[in-house]
Design a protein around this ligand. Structure first.
Ligand code: ZN
Length: 92
């Protein structure tokens, strides 16, 4: 599979082909540690309840107070920069 090119960030994204939804063009993904999984789920549900925030923002906010590890994104070029630093991200 060809890697997604992470051209542009935020509002500057030129097209869908250049955007990686897995890591939001960041190349790495925060993964909550098992010990904080419940805390994270609760916080996520709480923030998600009003239905006004975007999923990735909720994720970012919910994970803030938790312990987490970075995993690198295998789908895009940005992720390749972190290949030797972190384990591979195998979520969706
Ligand atoms: Zn990616």
């Amino acid at each position: 599979m060809e890697l997604i090119k992470n051209w542009g960030v935020g509002k500057n994204i030129t097209s869908k082909e250049n955007f990686c939804p897995k890591c939001n063009n960041r190349g790495r993904v925060k993964v909550v540690r098992e010990c904080d999984r419940e805390k994270f789920d609760r916080e996520f549900d709480r923030l998600d309840a009003p239905g006004t925030m975007e999923m990735y923002l909720i994720y970012d906010k919910a994970i803030e107070g938790c312990q987490y590890d970075y995993h690198y994104c295998p789908d895009c070029e940005e992720g390749q920069k972190y290949k030797n630093e972190y384990p591979v991200y195998d979520g969706i």
